[in-house]
Design a protein around this ligand. Structure first.
Ligand SMILES: [Zn+2]
Ligand SMILES: [Zn+2]
Length: 114
């Protein structure tokens, strides 16, 4: 059995935001997949950066939380399939940091501490 298995490398390039049209720039530190302006993302990854999801729906930011080590986290829900996802908020990035005031407009999620 032979399956065509393209090698998915991490894609880290600019693309226009599907929600507000702003150009989503690269990030230096990580594979950016969300708009620094409105924080919308696209449902393209199963694992971060793999672009293996076929949904391609818009991921709407619905809430935020604070992670002990990673800092602010953005909670998403896909407008197409309803999947919920959490992504790291880029508070510091040498290209363009995410819009913190936009994040804080969302409701905060208090995680249950284990
Ligand atoms: Zn946007
Ligand atoms: Zn989806």
């Amino acid at each position: 059995m032979s399956i065509s298995n393209p090698v998915f490398t991490k894609i880290n390039e600019s693309f226009p935001c599907q929600n507000c049209g702003a150009l989503v720039p690269q990030a230096q530190s990580t594979c950016r997949d969300h708009c620094p302006n409105c924080l919308f993302s696209i449902h393209v990854d199963i694992n971060p950066g793999d672009r293996a999801a076929e949904c391609k729906g818009k991921l709407r930011p619905i809430a935020w939380s604070q992670h002990k080590k990673k800092g602010y986290m953005i909670h998403y829900q896909c407008e197409s399939c309803g999947l919920e996802k959490v992504n790291k908020f880029l508070e510091h990035d040498s290209y363009q940091a995410d819009n913190l005031s936009e994040l804080l407009k969302l409701s905060s999620v208090t995680k249950v501490k284990s």
